[in-house]
Design a protein around this ligand. Structure first.
Ligand code: NAD
Length: 366
C-alpha cells in the first residue's frame, strides 16, 4: 500500500521517526534530490490520523520539488511533519530528537520552519544537526522571510502586469489584498509606495486600521473583497479562495498574491483561463521565502537575497511563455517549467557530480 502510493507520487524516501521518551512521532518525506538536497519546512500539526499526516507530508514534499525547481534553486523537494499539538506538546527533547533524525539523513533533507514551528524550536533542532535553514540571525541565519516574500510577490506582479497589459506601472492599477499579516501588510506598503489604489480586508481589525491609517488603503468586509472593482485580486491569507463561489464575483483580470494553494482545484484553474483572467501561479510568486532560506547554504547576505527575489520576475515570464507555447493554463505551465528544469539540469548535475551544501558563514553552538 505504501509503495503503491510512492510509485504514484514518485517519492524517493519516507522516514518514520519515533522516540517514545521524547514523545516524537514524525515523518520526513523526500520527494526528489535530483536537483540537490531536499529542502522543505517542518510542520507541527495535531493530525486526526497517521494516514492524514502521511498524506499531508507526501503532498507538501512533492510541492517543494516543484517550487524549488521553478525558483531556480539547486535543491530538491522534501518536507517533514511532527504529529502533535503545537500549543502543548513542544519540548527541547522533542525537537532535539527530531534533529537527530534530520542529521541521520546526512544532508539529503534540509529543514526549515513551517506552520506550528518557530525560530526557537529550530534552535533545538540546530543543536543536533546543521541541516537546518531559517535559523536565527545571531547564527548567521536569514531571519523573517516575509519582507522578501512580499518583494518577490511584487516582482511576480510586475511580470504579470507586463504580460496582461504590456506595462509594469504598478501604481496605475487597483488591488484587492486579502490578508494583512506578515506578507500582506508589507505588500500593501510596496503597492502604496508605487501610488496604487488598494482595497484591504483582514479578520484582525487592528491590521486593517493600520493599512488604512499608514498606507491609505480602503477597508472592506471579509466577504466584500471578492466584489470590489479592483484590477488585481491578491490573496495573502488562506488557500482555496479562488473557487466556485468566488470566481463569478471577481472583477479582477489578474490574480497574483502570496497565499499558498490559491486555486480550489484544477477545474477552477481551467475556468480562470477561459475567462481571460491571468493567474500568476502561487508557488512561483511566493518563492521569496524559500529563496531567502536557501541562501543560508552558502553564506547569507541580504543584498544577494534581494537580487535573487528579482529572478521571480523572469520565472513568471518563462511560465507565461510556456503557457502560450503549449496552449495550457498558467498553473500547468508552472509545473511544466519545473519538470523541464528537473529533466535538463538533473542530467547535467549527474554528469558533473552533485554539489553538497556548505553552510558558510554560520555559527554553530550556543
Ligand atoms: P500571517 O499569518 O502573518 O498572515 C495571514 C493574515 O491573514 C492574518 O493577518 C490573518 O488574520 C488573515 N486572515 C486569516 N483568515 C482571513 C480571512 N478569511 N480573510 C481575511 N484575512 C484573513 O501569514 P503570512 O506569513 O503573512 O502568510 C500569508 C500567506 O502567504 C499564507 O498563505 C502563507 O502560507 C503564504 N506564504 C508566506 C510566506 C512567508 O514568507 N511568510 C512564504 C510563502 C507563502
Amino acid at each position: 500500500m505504501v509503495f503503491e502510493t510512492l510509485d504514484h507520487t514518485g517519492h524517493e524516501q519516507i522516514v518514520f521517526c519515533h522516540n517514545k521518551d521524547a514523545g516524537l512521532k514524525a515523518i520526513i518525506a523526500i520527494h526528489s534530490t535530483v536537483l540537490g538536497p531536499a529542502l522543505g519546512g517542518t510542520r507541527m500539526w495535531n493530525y486526526a490520523t497517521e494516514e492524514e499526516a502521511l498524506n499531508d507530508v507526501l503532498r507538501l514534499s512533492r510541492g517543494m520539488t516543484y517550487k524549488n525547481a521553478v525558483a531556480g534553486l539547486n535543491l530538491g523537494g522534501g518536507k517533514a511533519v511532527i504529529i502533535g499539538d503545537a500549543s502543548q506538546d513542544k519540548s527541547e527533547a522533542l525537537f532535539r530528537a527530531f534533529g537527530q533524525f534530520v542529521e541521520s539523513l546526512n544532508g539529503r533533507y534540509i529543514t526549515a520552519e513551517d506552520v506550528g514551528i518557530d525560530v526557537n524550536d529550530m534552535e533545538y533542532v540546530y543543536r543536533e544537526t546543521e541541516y537546518v535553514t531559517g535559523v536565527h540571525q545571531v547564527h548567521g541565519g536569514s531571519g523573517d522571510p516575509s519582507p522578501f516574500t512580499a518583494y518577490g510577490t511584487l516582482q511576480g506582479l510586475m511580470a504579470t502586469l507586463n504580460k496582461k497589459h504590456g506595462d509594469e506601472e504598478v501604481g496605475k492599477y487597483s488591488y484587492a489584498v486579502q490578508g494583512l499579516g506578515h506578507v500582506g501588510m508589507e505588500f500593501v506598503k510596496l503597492l502604496k509606495e508605487r501610488g496604487a489604489k488598494i482595497f484591504v480586508t483582514d479578520i484582525n481589525q487592528k491590521l486593517v486600521d493600520r493599512a488604512v491609517n499608514e498606507f491609505g488603503a480602503e477597508a472592506v468586509g471579509l466577504d466584500e473583497i471578492y466584489d470590489v472593482p479592483a484590477d488585481v485580486y491578491s490573496p495573502c491569507a488562506l488557500g482555496g479562495t479562488v473557487n466556485e463561489n468566488t470566481l463569478d464575483r471577481l472583477k479582477a483580470k489578474i490574480i497574483c498574491g502570496a497565499a499558498n494553494n490559491q486555486l480550489a482545484n484544477n477545474a477552477i484553474g481551467d475556468e480562470v483561463t477561459k475567462r481571460g483572467i491571468l493567474y500568476a501561479p502561487d508557488y512561483a510568486v511566493n518563492a521569496g521565502g524559500v529563496m531567502n532560506v536557501a541562501l543560508e547554504l552558502d553564506g547569507y547576505n541580504r543584498e544577494r537575497a534581494m537580487r535573487m527575489m528579482r529572478t521571480i520576475y523572469h520565472n513568471l515570464g518563462r511560465i507565461y511563455e510556456i503557457a502560450e507555447r503549449d496552449g495550457i493554463p498558467t498553473y500547468q505551465a508552472a509545473d511544466r517549467m519545473a519538470e523541464e528544469r528537473i529533466e535538463k539540469i538533473g542530467k547535467l548535475k549527474l554528469s558533473m557530480g552533485r554539489g553538497t551544501p556548505r553552510f558558510q558563514g554560520r555559527i554553530r553552538g550556543n
